[in-house]
Design a protein around this ligand. Structure first.
Ligand SMILES: [Zn+2]
Length: 431
């Protein structure tokens, strides 16, 4: 199965190119080049061809490096609470009650929202493993049915304070992770020891060993709040990044989520170990966390991606804009972080951060892309700047994963059904 996509306009490596064509075979870009010559070749071979006119702009599919999809249920009623209250009275109260059936519908809902916003890959940091793999299976099924590319960061959590629905022993986490891996060889499976406060040092060491043995990535929340640094220093004699390093978890497999409260030496250590960072600028503002120094980390060559984390509004465009604006304000410098860099975080750099062959129009990469309505782009403006500073999710006309159109402008029947299901779930669970 091959198909040729011809774009009057496309953003290739951040540059706008005109009359460019993408040949897709087996879900990947197999040839990229001049529209005219590839069209002639396609016609000769009888390859199916699809053309996007001048009022459309093709961009690589956005990479969502960190999400907790079930947090869509916390929207609205728990908005303006302190982090501690939000976690104990909303997150830890509602989410543990979700059944596998609930999880399926919540994830169909959230993944559909993401696809409608041009997010074609999501790294889902998934907590509900305390009762076995049934919940995880439901989330994976939702990804398959909506068509979003899933990076499944399966949480490991053993802290005494964690709800039973999240908590496991190290042995349980290992064996259930192995089961999931065996059952879903085609998904991008990662281990995710929750954080330095919710996973014991022994569990983090075991997760790092698991990641090495199974050649998978290790996602971990780190230094999201200032208290964590003080706590790890007093309990373990090291600040968070140094502690991860000591536990053997800071390496090229490590995807550090947040990395806000880290010092310069920790930044350098993170870079030297080849670890990656996911920045969640909208959630960091929403929860009052702080601002990750992505300018500094990027200068050190760290692969950084963006995440929608709490999913108050899963939008890669909002995250790009926030990523740029927060750096400008943190450094009081309008040149601190430009549109092109922000776009890179949501696409190529974000994919690199997840060790994923996507986020760019390049031969061999997954054929994941988004078709945008380009009519609101000022003729004198570079498209990438228009997208980052003026773009709207409503510009998304279609999202393609592996060359297949999985979402369009109108919500799918599944997305509509999921919204109705969520009404019932919310009535049952929200206090
Ligand atoms: Zn998170």
């Amino acid at each position: 199965m091959s198909e040729l996509f011809i774009a009057a306009r496309a953003l290739v490596a951040g540059e706008e190119r005109r009359e460019v064509a993408f040949l897709v075979e087996k879900g990947r870009f197999s040839k990229i080049g001049d529209a005219k010559s590839l069209a002639i070749e396609a016609a000769r071979r009888g390859t199916k061809t699809r053309r996007f006119p001048e009022d459309r702009l093709l961009v690589p599919g956005f990479i969502n490096g960190h999400s907790h999809a079930y947090q869509v249920l916390l929207r609205g009623w728990a908005d303006d609470w302190s982090f501690d209250r939000w976690r104990s009275d909303a997150l830890y109260r509602v989410v543990p009650q979700l059944t596998p059936e609930d999880i399926y519908w919540v994830f169909v809902f959230a993944f559909s929202e993401m696809l409608a916003a041009g997010i074609t890959t999501v790294a889902e940091f998934f907590y509900l493993n305390g009762a076995g793999n049934a919940h995880a299976e439901a989330a994976i099924r939702a990804a398959r049915e909506t068509g979003i590319r899933l990076v499944f960061a399966r949480t490991w959590m053993d802290a005494a304070y964690a709800p039973d629905a999240y908590r496991e022993t190290i042995e349980e986490a290992q064996s259930r992770s192995e089961e999931l891996l065996a059952a879903h060889a085609d998904i991008n499976f990662c281990v995710a020891p929750h954080s330095l406060h919710a996973a014991s040092p022994a569990m983090i060491e075991a997760a790092a060993a698991f990641a090495a043995e199974h050649d998978c990535m290790l996602h971990v929340h780190v230094a999201e709040a200032a208290y964590e640094g003080a706590a790890t220093l007093s309990e373990h004699g090291a600040t968070p990044i140094r502690l991860l390093d000591r536990l053997g978890a800071l390496n090229e497999r490590c995807v550090a989520i947040h990395a806000i409260y880290i010092d310069e030496e920790e930044q350098a250590l993170l870079a030297a170990r080849g670890a990656r960072v996911i920045h969640n600028p909208m959630t960091n503002q929403y929860l009052g966390d702080g601002i990750c120094d992505i300018s500094g980390l990027r200068a050190l060559g760290v692969a950084i991606g963006l995440g929608t984390d709490a999913d108050v509004k899963p939008s890669a465009i909002d995250e790009m804009r926030a990523a740029s604006l927060l750096q400008k304000i943190a450094r009081t410098d309008g040149a601190a972080f430009g549109a092109r860099s922000a776009f890179d975080l949501a696409t190529a750099s974000g994919a690199r951060a997840l060790r994923l062959d996507a986020g760019r129009f390049e031969e061999g990469a997954f054929a994941d892309f988004v078709v945008l309505d380009a009519r609101a782009i000022d003729p004198w403006a570079p498209a990438v700047n228009a997208l980052v500073y003026r773009g709207e999710d409503a510009w998304v006309q279609g999202s393609f994963v592996g060359g297949k159109r999985v979402a369009g402008r109108e919500p799918s029947p599944a997305a509509i059904a999921a919204r109705e299901r969520l009404r019932g779930i919310a009535e049952r669970l929200i206090p």
